[in-house]
Design a protein around this ligand. Structure first.
Ligand code: SAM
Length: 255
């Protein structure tokens, strides 16, 4: 376990340096610095990103492994024990945000056990699901028209959707910009996306600590983080607010 923690600490230091290099690069461009300075700043990003990826088994891979080990729990009637009623309220709030329509072609990203798909199923046309974890996809299969084991950040399905639902996924993703760009790539011209993540709140921090003990880092968000992130990836944030269970949800629109 000690080795894993050392490795994670080194990887996280590299990830923070990589993100700082991205900020430096953006600033160099904004300040109108010499092209050679901007190029050097870009090369630094690539170097640090490469070093980080080489060091880290990615956080998403570790999260998928943890979820793969937990599938037995998701098969129970009350998978989260006392928290289940809170999570049921959270899922209801997400569906309320999504305002499903009978013609919607839905992509459910990070499907988990399929609880949200089960709620959406009666109100939409089709639901496709992706998840990094094969075991979770197997549990969710009954509510889905098709499933693909894939990571959101590099997703290329070559199809468009009216509604993308992505809940409890950005929490684990180190390159949130790549994740939102992937969502944008899969949205139809007037499509919408509902993103829900753990928030910087007491429940969010407690959740992050539990996952941390399992070797997984959880990123906690504030509403402003989601709306800024959306803006940098060409999506419009139509609404963002807290939902039950220490999370926030945002409604993002393409075009
Ligand atoms: C907290 S569960 C969310 C389940 C479901 N969306 C819900 O809200 O009930 C997170 C799921 O996302 C998957 N996941 C995490 N990061 C992912 C990524 N980058 N791409 C695809 N799936 C991912 C995990 O394997 C896990 O099944």
């Amino acid at each position: 376990m000690g080795d894993l923690w050392d490795r994670m600490a080194q990887a996280e230091k590299l990830r923070d340096q990589w993100h700082a290099a991205v900020d430096e690069y953006e600033k160099a461009k904004q300040d109108g610095r010499l092209a050679s300075d901007v190029d050097a700043a870009f090369e630094k990003i690539e170097l640090l990103k490469g070093a980080y990826l080489a060091k880290a088994k990615s956080n998403v891979d570790r999260a998928a492994q943890v979820y793969g080990r937990e599938t037995w729990r998701y098969s129970r009637a009350r998978p989260h024990g006392l928290r289940e009623s809170l999570l049921a309220d959270q899922r209801a709030a997400i569906v309320e945000f999504a305002q499903p329509r009978a013609t919607d072609r839905v992509l459910d990203v990070g499907r988990g056990a399929g609880k949200i798909a089960a709620l959406l199923r009666p109100s939409v046309a089709t639901i496709s699901g992706i998840d990094a974890c094969a075991e979770m996809l197997a549990i969710a299969r009954p509510w889905l028209d098709d499933v693909v084991q894939a990571r959101l950040e590099t997703l290329e399905l070559g199809r468009e959707f009216d509604l993308v639902v992505c809940c409890g996924v950005l929490d684990f993703v180190d390159d949130a910009g790549a994740a939102l760009r992937a969502i944008r790539r899969h949205l139809a011209p007037h499509g919408r996306a509902v993103i829900a993540t753990a928030s910087l709140s007491a429940i969010g921090v407690a959740y992050a600590l539990v996952r941390r003990l399992q070797g997984v880092r959880v990123h906690l968000y504030r509403p402003i983080h989601l709306s800024r992130l959306a803006a940098t990836t060409g999506l419009r944030c139509a609404n963002v607010h807290g939902i039950p269970g220490g999370s926030i949800a945002a409604l993002l629109q393409a075009g």
